[in-house]
Design a binder for this molecule. Structure first.
Ligand code: 26V
Length: 820
């Protein structure tokens, strides 16, 4: 399907026109950035036609809508992706070639919209792509942060954070929609007023400050189906009229306060990943975008439907973790105070409209807001939560008479705190984990009491990724090769990749497959040279760990193992050692000291090893600065080995693991998160599994008995490596630089338990898995077969499959096709 707007001549004309109109320039005078804007505008023109068409169809069909509510959408660049999904990439590339322009260079002008931290935000972006591609009516709802996730610079081996001013040149793929603005109220108090007409109390919020929420819409282009959905992100502005009103009354201070309140709500994405900090501004952000989104959703519903009781038939609010849990209370507020429903009615509607996804079992990520803070900022919402809590405790008491322990563990408000996960579970009809193992741990451990009370709410939805971005856009060579062999249906039906299995033993196919991998490694090597100034050998094994830096993900174990290998090579220079390049990419939350020190350690080890001529380049270590969606695409395509080495039970799913697998990398991993299902699909012989099981880890955690000192005392290899942390080997003789890391592994005084993440327990079995990697890689045909099988068996991990399961088992949406 080739849209008429992408007839080359017309497209070329449109680009030239745009450059003229926007900048009063001719093509050869325009900068690459200006050309990016002009090309994007030409693409947007086509997208907008389909956007209108889609909205018309929705208007006509009135399908059920899912609102995917998320504090984060880690979208990555839009231009290339839109061209892929419009099936116009190649045509546009040619058209631009003919104008003497390079599409890759133009794509590189686009800032990465980085409105997310990591896995949870990127998953939201993949889901939007799949929803549009499968033809479901869906809105992403979020926040238009003016500054996305910080950019990372490495200075002297340390991470330095630089603000990400992604909007500074204007973002061509957003549309401001002031006509849909909503008022959001903060603070003040609640006045109760008896209404004789209804015989009920009215609850009126007074003395509050208002913020105007203005939506910006971004198009979400479905693949080859003319569907364009909407990501709606809200920006905060001062309420001008309201302000004037206050000013008239002489309340200047309040007017200024309201203005300031609006100013900073959308300033910046909180850069924490898996760590709750309890900041007031974050609570403001949560209520801000939820109130605006829910108001807009109800207004839209009421345009077509007269009976609010039908809401659950037409709308689902999916809560992406607990961050949007305010939805439960805000929906109750609207149903009670504005729609004037009785409590039971309102609760029935709410609990059939909201659904919650849990993305982590890390205790430090659980959101618990102090009552003080909450009730001051959101007095009416807090009142409603109190009543939800009162009734919920009643229910617990009915089910477990006299069991105070249950109340203590399950109450929504307890110990002066509002527990958002408990509210999300009580207030919704579905609770899901994001991989089979994760969901089982939720049911058996973290949320055991809730599972016991509401078993019917619990379900699993194993994560997935979109092959449109992570294969078609990221890996054009492999895309063409696959399509040459099995046709192109896999682009919307990933399990078709299984048809590649017949080529696993085919010598020619193996060679072609590995040759493509080689070319992608050359591409990455070039990127590394340009951006890091390090030369790497594309013939070496590319062993990659890219993800947020967190102790539970154990980048530390990886670099300790590199130190161990280096020792081995120095001690046994005569031994055969297959050249290896260890590649890291990771951002650490600014305040996370130990994570930042781990980055310094990786860079210090890299410095020593990369500059040691005596090892003949057998080992290289690269830390790729500013890991993000755009360079991720280059990295996944080039990886031989995928490091998925979290402490078992800690990684809810992982999604990078799936991107590597799709691109033919072999997993070195623990039996954690979705790794379990990856191994199930590809076979244990095509991965390198090691380490404690989640049961073993949980058992140690519950019953004690783990002593890292034992490993230190009994294993000279481990002892050597640890001593090098404090003997200056990697710190120019400074004994103190990495002492904290050393202590974290051995010293019980510095945390409640030393080596919280069982690095020493798993070290040797990790090293053994890595030995197996080397051995396997030496067998060229054997490796090619394994790599090819990883791609062939990755069909399950498409977000298309995940979304279809959400639709079938939670959302029950209607499929829409565009008639024209
Ligand atoms: C949590 C928090 C806690 C409160 C403060 C700020 C903040 C910011 C982000 C998060 C999200 C952490 C949860 C998360 O990203 N989980 C990841 O979700 C992925 C998608 O389901 C999954 O693949 C990863 O295993 C999981 O770590």
């Amino acid at each position: 399907m080739l849209d008429s707007h992408f007839r080359k001549e017309e497209f070329k004309k449109s680009v030239k026109e745009n450059v003229k109109m926007l900048y009063r320039k001719t093509l050869d005078e325009a900068s690459q950035e200006q050309i990016f804007q002009a090309v994007s505008l030409a693409v947007k023109d086509v997208v907008i036609d389909n956007w209108l068409l889609t909205q018309k169809q929705y208007e006509k069909d009135d399908p059920k809508i899912v609102y995917y509510l998320s504090m984060e959408f880690l979208m990555g660049r839009a231009l290339g992706n839109n061209l892929i999904n419009l099936c116009a990439y190649k045509e546009v590339k040619e058209a631009l070639d003919e104008l003497g322009l390079d599409l890759n260079t133009i794509e590189d002008q686009e800032p990465d919209p980085a409105l997310g931290n990591g896995g949870l935000g990127r998953l939201a972006a993949c889901f939007l792509d799949s929803l549009a591609t499968l033809g479901y009516c869906a809105y992403g709802c979020g926040i238009r942060y003016h500054y996305g996730l910080f950019k990372q610079k490495i200075e002297n081996g340390y991470q330095v954070e630089v603000p990400d001013n992604w909007l500074k040149d204007g973002y061509p793929f957003e549309l401001r929609r002031p006509e849909y603005a909503k008022e959001v109220k903060f603070g003040g108090y609640v006045r109760v007023e008896y209404d004789p007409a209804t015989g009920r109390n009215n609850f009126i919020q007074e003395g509050y400050q208002s913020v105007r929420a203005v939506p910006y819409d971004m198009p979400i282009v479905g693949y080859n189906n003319k569907i364009v959905n909407t990501l709606r992100i809200w920006d905060a502005e001062a309420m001008n009229e309201f302000q004037l009103d206050l000013f008239d009354k002489g309340d200047y201070r309040k007017a200024v306060e309201a203005e300031n309140l609006a100013k900073n709500i959308c300033d910046v994405l909180y850069p924490n990943d898996n760590h709750y900090a309890g900041k007031e501004l974050r609570l403001k952000q949560q209520y801000f975008f939820i109130s605006a989104s829910i108001q807009a959703a109800i207004a839209k519903f009421k345009k077509k439907h007269s009976d609010i009781h039908d809401l659950p038939k037409k709308v689902t609010f999916q809560l992406n973790d607990t961050h949007p849990t305010m939805t439960v209370a805000e929906l109750m507020r609207i149903l009670l105070d504005e729609e004037k429903l009785e409590w039971d009615d309102a609760w029935d509607i709410t609990t059939h409209t909201c659904a919650y996804t849990n993305h982590t079992i890390m205790a430090e990520a659980l959101e618990k807001w102090p009552i003080e803070l909450f009730s001051k900022l959101l007095p009416r919402v807090y009142q409603i939560i109190e009543e939800i809590n009162r009734r919920f405790i009643e229910e617990i008491n009915q089910k477990y008479p006299g069991n105070q322990e249950k109340v203590r563990k399950m109450a929504i408000i307890y110990d002066g705190q509002v527990k958002m996960a408990h509210l999300a579970i009580a207030g919704g009809y579905s609770v899901n984990g994001v991989a089979r193992l994760h969901t089982e741990i939720l049911k058996k451990q973290e949320l055991k009491d809730f599972y016991e009370m509401y078993p019917e709410k619990f379900n699993n939805k194993t994560n997935g990724i979109t092959q449109r971005r992570f294969m078609v856009h990221a890996n054009p060579l492999l895309t063409d090769w696959i399509t040459d062999h099995i046709g192109d249906k896999w682009i919307t039906d990933l399990p078709q990749l299984a048809k590649l299995k017949v080529y696993a033993d085919d010598k020619k196919a193996q060679q072609e497959f590995m040759n493509i991998k080689y070319q992608n490694k050359v591409r990455l090597a070039k990127y590394i040279l340009e951006h890091n100034g390090i030369e790497v050998d594309p013939n070496s094994i590319f062993d990659v760990q890219v993800k947020r830096l967190h102790e539970y993900k154990r980048q530390l174990m990886n670099i300790l193992h590199v130190m161990y290998l280096y020792n081995q090579i120095k001690e046994h220079p005569e031994r055969d050692f297959y050249p290896r390049t260890f590649i890291f990419g990771a951002k650490a939350t600014a305040g996370y000291r130990r994570a930042k020190l781990t980055i310094k350690l990786i860079n210090s080890v890299a410095d020593v090893i990369n500059n040691d001529a005596s090892i003949n380049g057998k080992l290289k270590v690269v830390f790729i600065e500013n890991y993000r969606v755009s360079n991720a695409e280059i990295i996944f395509a080039a990886a031989d080995v995928s490091e998925q080495i979290s402490t078992a039970s800690k990684e809810a799913s992982g999604t990078g693991n799936m991107k590597f697998m799709l691109n033919g990398a072999l997993t070195v991993g623990t039996m954690d998160g979705a790794n379990v299902e990856i191994v199930e699909e590809v076979g244990e012989e095509n991965a390198f599994i090691f380490g404690l099981s989640s049961d073993e880890v949980i058992n140690y955690e519950n019953n004690g008995g783990y002593d890292p000192m034992q490993y230190f005392n009994n294993d000279p290899d481990i002892r050597n490596v640890l001593m090098q942390l404090i003997n200056g080997t990697y710190s120019n003789g400074d004994f103190e630089m990495f002492r904290e890391i050393y202590d974290s592994l051995l010293n019980t005084n510095c945390s409640d338990r030393a080596d919280t993440y069982f690095i020493l327990a798993d070290f040797k079995s990790y090293a053994d898995a890595q030995r197996r990697v080397e051995e396997a890689y030496r067998d060229e045909a054997g490796w090619a077969k394994k790599a090819l099988l990883n791609t062939a068996c990755s069909g399950k991990f498409s977000s298309d499959r995940t979304i279809q399961q959400y639709v079938d088992e939670i959302w029950h949406l209607d499929k829409v096709t565009i008639e024209d």
